[in-house]
Design a protein around this ligand. Structure first.
Ligand SMILES: CC(C)(COP(=O)(O)OP(=O)(O)OC[C@H]1O[C@@H](n2cnc3c(N)ncnc32)[C@H](O)[C@@H]1OP(=O)(O)O)[C@@H](O)C(=O)NCCC(=O)NCCS
Length: 120
């Protein structure tokens, strides 16, 4: 289940974000978290499975587009289809009015997801 980020999830959200290649530097990581907390156009969603938060996705909204800036899944749960489910759920939450678009960093995974959807 995809839920909106709130401050009480700050530590787990930062931990997941740190797996994203562009967020390896602590200063950059803190700036990114601040942006998700303070800028309404930057929205972070967490993937909750049972009681655990095991993935997240962050988007930057610009008019009717949502750019996927960050996506991350806890390494213990990778290759189980969770990343794909996160993108699908976000697409459902945003609805038809808002178009999901990958950033340069998330494009290769996004393309894999949409090719899988076409095959199934
Ligand atoms: C990218 C990520 C979110 C995928 O999560 P996941 O739950 O493992 O994804 P799924 O199980 O739905 O799909 C897995 C498949 O996606 C593909 N894939 C994974 N990472 C990819 C990437 N960076 N580019 C292209 N395809 C990728 C692979 O085909 C993989 O299949 P395999 O495990 O058989 O090799 C996860 O690998 C992750 O957190 N990576 C570190 C953070 C990161 O690099 N994020 C930004 C780049 S997208």
């Amino acid at each position: 289940m995809l839920i909106r980020y709130k401050k009480s999830y700050e530590k787990i959200a930062m931990g997941l974000l740190s797996f994203v290649p562009s967020e390896k530097d602590l200063k950059k990581l803190r700036q990114t978290m601040k942006r998700y907390e303070e800028d309404d156009d930057w929205q972070l969603y967490l993937w909750k499975q049972g009681d655990d938060i095991i993935g997240e996705i962050g988007v930057h909204l610009d008019q009717n587009e949502a750019f996927i800036e960050h996506i991350s899944v806890n390494p213990s749960y990778r290759s189980e289809g969770i990343g794909h489910k996160i993108i699908q759920s976000l697409n459902n939450i945003l609805g038809n009015e808002i178009h999901l678009t990958p950033s340069a960093q998330t494009k290769s995974f996004f393309d894999v997801c949409f090719n899988l959807e076409k095959k199934s």
